[in-house]
Design a protein around this ligand. Structure first.
Ligand code: ACO
Length: 428
């Protein structure tokens, strides 16, 4: 007999199924709680709420485990390309050579933007944030491909749309950067790899083709792989919530980009670098920043530390830290922001406030230093995260539809005024 959980409220007893996931995670299925009792649960920030069943990514925050479709992140990071990882996340299996060739060919085919779409870039002000451009342009792409507004979640049509999005996000991001920098755009080169093509569109000049170094290519692949999915985080949940109204894939993902933008989520990679710069330039001791972060009356937080799920270590941060060292050595780079970061991490790992709250470096702590080492401008850091997260967003949108999930509609506890009589304007 399956296990049950019992809730006693107001002298009545209610029974609920206890569900176990494939990695033995346990949850109480309260789907019928309100129907049976009129009671709801309260969980602001959803820290204790399972919002869906998913077979894409598994995270064990206590043990620092992350797996994509059952494959440990350490193995995927060491052995896969981003394209292969995207395929795995989207379709659930590693591609065979023929499947990977076909998938890569589709990505190449969809890399160019419609000429009319290109013109829209010039309508943005020079200082427009690239995340705003990315979100707007992703919605706009669907206007130029009306067939993608009705995307089934299986078959040829889905395959085409998923690879179109994965490919176009890279072109849009590179074009947004070129426009903001006042430089002419570089059209995609079908002879280059996914990452090589992005680097070419970012950095080639009319008279000098950017030469893609294998070290940089590998580092970029790794960065994107580590960001490819992370179960029900803020932006992925946003994609699912928007998608649950049966909004199309493009608008759902465009909303995900906006959710990612915030400094507590994907925007943290930019905020970390600004914080490290500030620490370096201020000449103040690290203790000053630690005390600020601990002060409840001060909104300052140590960016790149803490995580809703990881309460031991973030495996992605460990991989990135190692990669930063490798890339800096291979490219002969000396970055004193890395020294600041290492010193800060050392301080924090010994500090009782951070130890007692399980605050460790998260993926964003070292990702900015890696991006800086491979020449990506600061303004583009969160956009880079968005390119990486695209397979996860698409796979979650697909899964939501495959499971025919109900529209998302949480409840609330009302704390406002009870009934009042309306007073006409003349009497107020
Ligand atoms: N600096 C100082 N104190 C912190 C930090 C931090 N970075 N993070 C958490 N805390 C404190 C909280 O104030 C809280 O203290 P309290 O118990 O005395 O009230 C305690 O640690 C527990 O933190 P929560 O608020 O429960 O953490 P939550 O899960 O709500 O937030 C988050 C997680 C948003 C990541 C938070 O740790 C944070 O703001 N970190 C900095 C921003 C950042 O790096 N974001 C990127 C996250 S990774 C990603 O999204 C890709």
């Amino acid at each position: 007999m399956s296990e049950k959980a019992t809730l006693n409220v107001g002298g009545k007893s209610y029974e609920f199924d206890v569900i176990t996931g494939s990695e033995n995670e346990t949850c109480i299925d309260i789907q019928n709680l309100r129907k049976e009792s009129g009671i709801i649960t309260m969980d602001p920030g959803f820290g204790n709420t399972g919002s869906c069943y998913s077979s894409i990514t598994y995270v064990d925050g206590a043990k620092g485990i992350l797996k994509y479709r059952g494959y440990p992140i350490e193995e995927v990071a060491a052995k896969a390309s981003f394209t292969e990882t995207a395929y795995l996340i989207l379709y659930g299996e590693l591609p065979n050579p023929q499947e990977l060739r076909k998938f890569s060919a589709r990505l190449k085919e969809h890399a160019p933007l419609h000429t009319n779409l290109e013109h829209h870039f010039s309508g943005f002000p020079r200082e427009a944030p690239p995340m705003a451009i990315l979100s707007a342009m992703l919605n706009l792409v669907s206007c130029f491909h009306p067939e993608v507004l009705e995307v089934p979640t299986t078959g040829e049509e889905f395959d085409r749309t998923a690879s179109l999005l994965l490919s176009k996000v890279r072109t849009i991001s590179a074009f947004a950067y070129r426009m903001a920098a006042g430089k002419p755009i570089n059209h995609p080169n079908p002879n280059l790899s996914y990452c090589g093509n992005f680097l070419h569109m970012m950095f080639s000049d009319p008279h000098q083709e950017y030469e893609v170094s294998p070290v940089v290519d590998r580092a970029l692949n790794l960065f994107l792989i580590l960001h490819a999915d992370h179960e029900q985080n803020c932006s992925t949940s946003t994609v699912r919530v928007v998608g649950s109204s049966r909004a199309n894939l493009f608008s759902s993902i465009s909303a995900g980009v906006c959710a990612l933008w915030g400094p507590l989520h994907g925007g943290a990679n930019t905020a970390v670098m600004m914080m490290l710069e500030d620490i370096k330039n201020s000449g103040r001791p690290l203790r000053y920043y630690l005390d600020k972060a601990k002060d409840k009356n001060d909104p300052f937080k140590l960016m790149g530390f803490g995580h809703r799920v990881y309460k031991n270590f973030d495996p992605r941060a460990l991989i990135l830290k190692e990669q930063v060292h490798q890339v800096q050595k291979a490219l002969n780079i000396q970055d004193n922001l890395l020294d600041v970061a290492l010193e800060l991490e050392e301080f924090i790992l010994k500090d009782d406030y951070f130890i007692s709250r399980n605050l460790y470096p998260n993926v964003d702590f070292y990702s900015g230093i890696l991006l800086r080492a491979i020449g990506i401008p600061l303004k583009m850091y969160t956009v880079m995260f968005a390119i990486g997260r695209m397979p996860g967003w698409i796979a979650n949108w697909k899964e939501l539809h495959d499971h025919n999930q109900r529209i998302s509609r949480p409840r609330q506890i009302y704390t406002g005024e009870t009934t009042r009589s309306f007073v006409p304007l003349t009497e107020r």
